[in-house]
Design a protein around this ligand. Sequence first.
Ligand SMILES: [Zn+2]
Length: 460
Amino acid sequence: MDLRTFIALLAVGFGAALAAQPAPAPGATLYEGARLILGTATSPIERGSFLVQDGVIRAVGAVGRVAVPSGARRVDLAGKTVMPALVNVHVHIGYEGYSTWHARNHTPANVVDHLQRSAFYGTAATTSVGTSPLHQMLQVQADQRAGKLPAAARLLFMPGLAPPNGGPDAVLRVATNELKVVNEVTTPAEARAAVQRLAGQGLRHLKAWFDDRRGTYPKLPVETYLAIVDEAHKQRMTLHSHAIALADQKLVLKAGTDVLVHMVQREPLDAEYLALVREKKPYWATVIGLGDPTEVCNPDPFFEQAMPDSVIGTIRATMERRPLAPGCGPPNPTAAARETQMAINFPQMLEAGARVVLATDTGIQPGHTFGSGEHVEMARWVQLGMSRAEAIVAATSRPAELMGQSDLGSLAAGKRASFIVLDANPLEDIKNTRTIADVYLDGARLDRAALRAGFKRETR
Ligand SMILES: [Zn+2]
């Protein structure tokens, strides 16, 4: 046999051997060795591996159990923990400018900045609730889908309904009035027409501000609120209802709201209320993660890495003058009483079957970056009695399910490869969700160092 024949035979043999393997996969990457927290009720895989191709998870299993196409790149994650990237169902995007906070900040560029901050902290999708201009949101979404924007959290949003001069809290309302973004309705007929118009624009979620904010706001007439619920469901829309008092939360539960927004914090829950929660099993946006005071009052580098030092100094100085909770500012007895009541109410809600979903209210007032509040919210749940495993489900697969983002929220074949690599295990200490080594969105590693440098720059 001459050398040429030998080489030819070798090539045939090699080709046959190749054919017996999975097809060559340019661009496939195997991440191996990490503890995998799947984002669902399933137990973690202690030494796991998962294969990613074209931005999608193709297979997940124990190390050695995932078929690896030849040519796949390997990333060693031994000693790390991987969990799905987070999904936040409640923020108010656009107004925060870090040194300023007002309606003029609500530009597409600032929305993208907030989405990048969210991604920096491990959030794959975040939802602006009732306070953003519709046309701008649709434009940013279209640009994002077309791949025109930098890597960032996926933008979700929903319009909001309130009576004239109702709507968001006193700080945010000034800005939303300026942009005229709240859909103001008084009568049931107006409410139905508004819901139909919004449904006609393809929107699937809707927010209603129902209550009177302890007597300081006009309240939606009950028959108007009931018309919103009925019409939203006729239009197959999911309704998120703002209510904070026990009687108001009972009403929205009886009416059939899909999502309960906020927590009864100043009153004990009663048997009638808990029976309603048990019967309806609502999604529940607790919205306690912003904390009072703001996170940067806590001298933690996790919060400080996304704001210039001068801004952190200004926020702390402002907070020192505001009567909030211990940390920044003078002690606040109201906050202490609320904390005591929450410690009773929260476990009762869990026991009754409320389906907690990640929601932070970030952006509702100055002084909070986007993305970090998610980690505060999870820690608050655990502090109030939720298991760490359940907190991760409530921050990943459950909000993804609520928001119709079926490609996010868990580590499973077919899902987008949007995940967080952690240095420490949040099932041992929930605050370990803050030990972020890397964030991947759609299979691509986020350049967090470059983002951090931009966030810390004094003149943006
Ligand atoms: Zn809100």
